[in-house]
Design a protein around this ligand. Structure first.
Ligand code: PLP
Length: 409
């Protein structure tokens, strides 16, 4: 298509919105921000420029930012209240940049970092960075192991840490089912001077809701993440820690190297979503986890191999389902033909789907709706029904949930 006039823009946007309203969104890394949160993204802040080095907001370079400065400080206070941590940095414009700032600030050339491998649903923070020669020649990376339930293999990680003495261990990935063994690594970390970081991008909303352990309280030195996955805010990132020295280093890596203008319109939208999570977070987070659990059980009942069965499937906003035996390739495209949106992966030994419940929960779906969702998966992947015919029923189902809950109206 060609954009020549405004109606071309409006038309395509309408098509997108209509399409997504008819899809069943089970992408674990997406969510639905409320109209109120969305409305703040188009305010005057979106045309202003924020730029400062170091941690001190009063060192901001741009004039005219008296109230933006005040706003950023107040939002930092809200973040500290919700996530803990004596210091917060809101300049990363996404979870990935937040992670890069932590890695680049805390490692010296030649240091080793342990993170989650892509094949275990790692996000791929350091691994892909090392595809660039500058990083490949200065950063060494190893990967933590996972057990058959999809949980970090604690003993193996303790052994790796004691033997390899990495500078940094980054917990957290894009397929987190269970809390990580942070307390179990703390003693070795203290003894060997290993820094512990937590990439909370996926579970930020669960941590804020109090339904998932707060890694800072469990002993990590620094936590970072996205504000738009299980946390239903605007797209953005953050870093929090109790350690001033580390935060100064991270701040210096962020600016001026990684970010100068940090997209200030995120701040009021993020502040509004922090207020929402303070008011509705507990109910939201509990329902997200109940829905994941209900969906896991329903999928298992339909004949799917759901990961983590021996540990109760999941304690988070997502489930992982091995669909080997039913399909020979990653089935995301096939499912999308039936209006079902979720992530897939075929880098391990069998094709897997990752099914998340944050957006469906915000849309008002409850445990009984998870039964219906499991049946849609069965019809497409096990019964091999024509996806077009499943699509009609998925659309009818999705259109029953046009609204959202756990938000200011
Ligand atoms: C999504 C994700 C990121 C990247 O976050 P963005 O906000 O998209 O930049 C980083 N780490 C993990 C574990 C993720 O799942």
């Amino acid at each position: 298509m060609k954009i020549e006039k405004l109606t071309d823009i409006d038309g395509l946007l309408r098509k997108h919105e209509d399409y997504r309203s008819r899809c069943l969104n089970l992408i674990a890394s997406e969510n639905y921000a409320s109209d109120k949160v969305r409305s703040y993204l188009s305010g005057d802040f979106s045309n202003r420029y924020g730029c400062y080095v170091g941690m001190d907001l009063d060192d901001r370079e741009y004039t005219g930012n008296k109230y933006i400065n005040e706003f950023e400080k107040a939002t930092q206070e809200l973040v500290k209240e919700v996530f803990g941590g004596k210091y917060a940095d809101l300049r990363p414009i996404g979870g990935h940049m937040a992670g890069m700032s932590v890695v680049l600030a805390l490692l010296e050339p030649g240091d080793l970092v342990i993170e989650v491998h892509l094949k275990d649903w790692g996000h791929g923070l350091v691994g892909p960075m090392c595809e660039l020669r500058q990083f490949d020649e200065t950063i060494n990376v190893e990967y933590m192991k996972f057990d058959e339930n999809g949980a970090v293999d604690t003993k193996a990680l303790q052994k790796m840490a004691a033997e390899l003495k990495p500078k940094l261990i980054v917990f957290g990935g894009s397929g987190t089912l269970f809390p990580e063994p942070i307390k179990e690594l703390k003693e070795i970390a203290d003894r060997e001077n290993i820094l512990l970081a937590y990439d909370a991008s996926h579970v930020t909303g669960l941590i804020a809701s109090g339904v998932f352990p707060n890694p800072l309280e469990e002993g990590v030195d620094v936590m970072f993440g996205s504000t738009h996955k299980s946390f239903p805010g605007p797209q953005g990132g953050f870093v929090v820690s109790d350690n001033k020295e580390l935060m100064e280093k991270i701040g210096n890596a962020l600016s001026p190297s990684l970010v100068t203008s940090h997209h200030l319109n995120r701040l009021p939208a993020f502040a509004a979503s922090l207020l929402e999570i303070k008011s509705f977070g507990k109910a939201y987070g509990e329902q997200v986890v109940r829905n994941s659990m209900a969906l896991a059980k329903a999928m298992a009942k339909e004949g799917f191999k759901v990961k983590g069965a021996a540990r109760g499937y999941t304690e988070s906003h997502l489930i992982l389902v091995n669909v080997g035996g039913f399909v020979d390739e990653a089935p995301g495209k096939l499912l999308e033909k039936a209006g079902i949106l979720c992530s897939d992966d075929f880098s391990g030994s069998a094709p897997e789907v990752r099914i998340g419940t944050p957006e469906s929960t915000r849309r008002g779906m409850k445990e009984e709706d998870m039964q219906a969702i499991a049946q849609f998966f069965k019809r497409v992947l096990i019964d091999k029904e024509d996806p077009e015919s499943v699509l009609k029923d998925v659309e009818t189902f999705a259109l029953k949930f046009p609204d959202y809950e756990y938000a200011f109206k």
